[in-house]
Design a protein around this ligand. Sequence first.
Ligand SMILES: Nc1nc2c(ncn2[C@@H]2O[C@H](COP(=O)(O)OP(=O)(O)OP(=O)(O)O)[C@@H](O)[C@H]2O)c(=O)[nH]1
Ligand SMILES: [Mg+2]
Length: 358
Amino acid sequence: MSLSIAIVGLPNVGKSTLFNALTGSRVLAANYPFATIEPNTGIVPVPDERLAKLAELYHTEKIVPATVTFVDIAGLVAGASEGEGLGNQFLSHIRTTQAIVQVVRAFEDPNVTHVDEAHDPAKDIGVINTELVLADLQTVGRRLPKFEKEARANPKLQPVLAAYQQVHKLLNDGQPLWNHPEINAELIADLQLLTAKPAIYVFNVDEAGLNDKTKHAELRELVAPAQALFICAKLESELAELDQADAEELLGSYGQAESGLVQLIHAAYETLGLQSYLTAGVKEVRAWTIPKGATAPQAAGAIHGDFERGFIAADVVSYQDLLADGSLVAARAAGHVRTEGKQYVMQPDDVVEFKFNV
Ligand SMILES: Nc1nc2c(ncn2[C@@H]2O[C@H](COP(=O)(O)OP(=O)(O)OP(=O)(O)O)[C@@H](O)[C@H]2O)c(=O)[nH]1
Ligand SMILES: [Mg+2]
């Protein structure tokens, strides 16, 4: 399971600047609306300092981090569902992502054009969310008439039809589908609706805005209960040019402990209820992404379906114990390696070896 995240927002708010900084890419980021036309996709390793430490312990050079895929698309404007700007067809490129990051301009810079006279975060968010709702409404509206016929012929589809009608009504009332826990996500999964995905807001602030707690509280209130992050895309792009030590120093000089990438990945894991576990050996050390609460067989399934089907047991040691003991042999001798069965619920710092039979 690899995490994928779509980046949406008005034109010229810094989406591509952020995308480039996050992914180390060099797609066009320019001071005019609709600089991005075709979607850009970038795959980023999830920073995880445990991997290098384990690699040292196992004398292996091969490190395979978990990854996040970011998709940067064109800017949306009011009326996009009716063809304004570049329209909304390009939203089809983000239907398969798991979460949506909305970039909202919150920096002051008279030199950078805003598509309206001025930027107003509340209004800008409203425009984007309305367009996402309208795009979803088009999707459901297209599917619904055909599905009503199918459901008449096949009564088993009735619960799905009811769910389609439920979301159609909400969207018709102008409501995004997030924050509606009454919706059965499984029943509408086939529609791949954008507002059914968890949303995270990135306020693109200027350097001074990084530590402006009053401004943060105001902006956070606009989007609660969704997560709000305050990132300076321009600073992120400067960080991307530096080695780790210099980047940390620059971040520190702005009072920041974590880069935007790290914050965003944490927020996405949190919002989507994900965690990672580790496997380690002389061949490679590797991080795997699983849902929180996953059992040992489900975690094994992240590696290969056969591992889940043929699951026998898991040898589990916590990363901290393994590191302190210095080797798996020493960890075993110290009684830190546990053999867990099918019911075991995976914990965040587990280093695991699965036993299975195919
Ligand atoms: N001052 C300042 N300028 C920024 C910041 N982030 C982006 N910009 C500038 O804003 C302009 C637009 O940035 P892009 O990243 O191309 O914006 P976009 O959202 O991808 O725009 P479209 O692809 O046209 O939708 C560029 O000139 C950037 O240099 C920031 O944090 N501060
Ligand atoms: Mg762009």
